[in-house]
Design a binder for this molecule. Structure first.
Ligand code: EPU
Length: 317
């Protein structure tokens, strides 16, 4: 990302006041607890402020990075140039049309996935239990089509609403979206065939079936217990660090079989509980994590001739 000029910083400070901070340490905004400062970090208070920020930043040629919960993110130690935007304000869960069997629910991109799962449990709605225990925001989870063996975000999705750089919102039906393993893409306006993630996800609308609240809660407890047993929850990490390779054993199994559990680099360590997690045992730097990722990739390649691809999004140097 390009550094911000003094004029651009002045505009941000004057127009957005205390919604913007400068040289803001990203370690406070990532689940890894790693990352140097963002040159500017904005937390707009409403959709209209977010729209003013995005359109104004674009008009002034600023590079912008929008983040959700910061849970799948590795920010470099020198930090991030440009403008980082946190969309916490998009925090509504709104039920819509319903039948005796189903309910449509619109969920803001800034809603923590955990809150959406709890909402579904409280209302006896099925379809989101797969996400129990996945950290992060609904927007981030949609963008990466987060999921487990039980399901993924695209499964119950009816549409998403996107905010573009001109400040217009448009809704894209499920048929216009391409859901792949850990990625959701759509066609950029005016660029037939060019798929990507143009614009910012503002919300997603889900079709959820009514179920038995008690058995849903039982299933949720079971899923959470299994997670606690197999994943290093509660220790700073970015979740699974590599994608599962296609037509091959899971990344966690490959890393485990390569004998890498417990391998350390500075404060970063391959988790003993789940080998596809790198945990920050205290004071890990982004350089430590990247070096450890390199060690893992090399060892897995040498042993199995399988190339692992990062699931975590790496930003900044
Ligand atoms: N395994 C090992 N050793 C390990 C870890 C796993 O041998 O250290 C084996 C397991 O025994 C199992 C296989 O690898 O046979 C798969 O492991 P697991 O069931 O834990 O699932 P996963 O494929 O490693 C996926 C998602 C997780 C999600 C779990 C829950 C990916 C990359 N990971 O993990 O998502 O929580 O399923 O079912 O798709 C994340 O995306 O950040 C994430 C953690």
């Amino acid at each position: 990302m390009k550094p911000l000029s003094d004029t651009q910083k002045r505009w941000l400070a004057n127009r957005f006041k205390d919604q913007v901070r400068f040289d803001a340490p990203m370690a406070r905004h990532t689940s890894f607890r790693i990352g140097g400062p963002a040159q500017a970090l904005a937390v707009p208070e409403s959709l209209s402020e977010l729209t003013a920020l995005i359109t104004g930043a674009r008009k002034r040629g600023m590079d912008t990075l929008v983040i959700g919960g910061g849970t799948n993110l590795l920010v470099g130690d020198p930090g991030i140039d440009g403008l980082v935007v946190i969309i916490r304000c998009l925090d509504d869960i709104t039920p819509g049309e319903e039948t005796s069997d189903t309910v449509k629910v619109r969920v803001g991109a800034g809603v923590p996935l955990k809150r959406f799962c709890r909402y579904c449990l409280a209302h006896g709605l099925t379809g989101m239990n797969f996400a129990i225990g996945i950290p992060g925001s609904v927007g981030g989870a949609l963008a990466m089509n987060a999921g487990t063996a039980r399901g993924c975000m695209a499964d119950g999705l009816l549409s998403i609403t996107i905010l573009d750089g001109q400040g217009a919102c448009r809704t894209l039906a499920r048929e216009a979206l391409c859901a792949e393993y850990r990625r959701l893409t759509w066609e950029a306006p005016g660029e037939a065939g060019a798929r990507g993630q143009s614009g910012i996800i503002v919300n997603g609308e889900f079709l959820l079936a009514r179920g038995d609240a008690r058995s849903l809660r039982r299933e949720a407890r079971h899923i959470m217990r299994a997670r606690i047993k197999t994943q290093p929850l509660g220790i700073p990490s970015a979740g699974c660090i590599f994608k599962n390779p296609p037509d091959a054993p899971a990344a966690g199994r490959l890393i485990d079989q390569a004998g890498l559990k417990g391998r350390r680099q500075g404060g970063a360590c391959v988790s003993d509980r789940h080998a596809n997690y790198i945990v920050n045992t205290g004071g890990a730097t982004a350089a430590d994590v990247r070096a450890l990722m390199g060690v893992i990739e090399k060892n897995v390649w040498d042993r199995f001739q399988i190339q692992l691809t990062p699931e975590v999004k790496i930003v900044g140097d």
